[in-house]
Design a protein. Sequence first.
Length: 637
Amino acid sequence: MSSMTPLEEMRHSCSHVLATAVLRLFPETKLDIGPPTDTGFYYDFDSEHKFTVEDLEKIEAEMTKVIKENQAFRRKEVPRDEAIEIIKARGQERYKLGRLDDIPEGEAISFYENGEFMDLCAGSHVRYTKKIKAFKLLSVAGAYHRGDEKNKQLQRIYGTAFPSKDELAAYMEQIEQARARDHRKIGKDLKLFVIDEDVGQGLILWTPAGSVIRQELQNFIGNELRKQGYHQVFTPHIGKLALYKTSGHFPYYKDSQFPAIPEPDDFARVATEGCGCAELTARLEAVSPHFANEINRRTGTETIGADRVMDATKLLDGFMLKPMNCPHHIKIFDSQPHSYRDLPLRLAEFGTVYRWEQSGELNGMTRVRGFTQDDAHLFCTEDQVAAEVMGCLSLVKTVLSTLGMSDYRVRVGLRDPDDSKFTGDPAKWDQAEEACRNAAKTLDVPFTEEPGEAAFYGPKIDFVVKDVIGREWQLGTVQVDYVLPVRFDLSYIGADNQPHRPVMIHRAPFGSMERFCGVLIEHFNGDFPLWLAPEQVRLLPISEKVIDYGRDLLAQLKAAGIRAVLDEHSDKLGAKIRRAELDKVPHTLILGGKEAEAGAVSVRTRASGDEGTVPFADYLARAQNEIATRSLPVRSS
């Protein structure tokens, strides 16, 4: 029986109640699976009927009936042959027999019954349906069977459940706030970024406004890096496939990478030799399974033309869009000899990397196929590891506190000794894990240890940040690595004049610039602090008589490095104020005849509203100070 928390048990039970109701209303429906999730539950259905919002209301009503019937959940363990007969008798063999095959020989095979419903399930569940106190169906979406695009797309109904109606109401309020703060909508309204089908899904086009936010963040962390003695480097977007085979990124993350890029001569060879579909697919499976699947999906012929394929045997000598920056930084370190006096060597780059995410998993800026990491790799001695990890953690804390993201927890990802993915010397792993534990203890925030969540090359410390509406995001990360220096045979000359192996530390306070900015958009609801706002100040002249005064102030603001705009439209003041509010400009300065005569401005901020009239020189000093100190706005109650 699986181990679940009481909340997970209730949500899992609710997914069975959902399936019970669906079969009552749509008896021909085929079932796949219905697990609990971090925020609720879902169930995947294969039905000729396309579920609508109105259907969800009907299904909810039927679920309420099932709960009121107070059906008992009963576990039934059976032999495998009997399980097959039960599944066939209920007409659910299309998906359930495959799920049955997933259960290893010797493990218990169990079903759970409630009322007329029975489902292949490891459990666990609440005792009676009335234990489900508050639930809500949220949405329906497409989901490929087993997450594979070559399989049939099923209908996934999402829902949530809580121990009380008050907790459910609070969660639903959070969902409404999340919808209002959706970075995709705000990004479009404020013209921050574009995703264009002609460029490709999951590839972000940063507009001038969005680029300001990104550049300000890069300038901010760049200043911090200079204080800590980092060196900036630049590396290409591609590298030879052999590089990523050596690092381990290619074999371990093969399915999540773009297919390799062959050298041009390979196309000519395939054209002259030809290649059978089955043979080519077998070769491609060893290199890029998702690419082989795409070839099979797009063609139904015995052979595939040379203009549409790449010979997998030659791909091993080709190139790849880089999935990680670390192999490139390793090569920079290894390009010249190093003494212990040179260490620690800290190399930093805003490096763009590429991952093949399934189209159904893409989500605006927060889940993309091309993203830029504020990446750095530190090469140090074993004696320096503790201090360097602490320096990395200090940097992450500085980033989060500056942006008002002080509510976070820490997750220490450790290896699973039984998982072959985690290679390298176990003793070195122990050292790295102990260094991460000790560093996490100094942060004065809760932290958990999670076996199996390490990177394949080393343990890591992740910062899981809670935003203003209570959602959690995994952002900054620090990783200690004893494995890649061995894979690349790195060394430095120690004080004993002998070669020694350096330790490598990976760190990224923002993580991904795209994801971090997407989170920031929602965290601030588009109301960026003055230092980050694409447009910081807007000047609103009441009439044409003060346009020249406005132009003079505009020139002074720009000379001071402040991003300002003068609204010279002939609209009334109310319309200008409304437009500035919609554009979420932090500060607006209203200019009338009295202000012009006195060399003053009437200040209005998004945080506090009208703040009165002050000399322009005083306002300018205030704005410069807010920007220099990266102040967060204090909102009036």
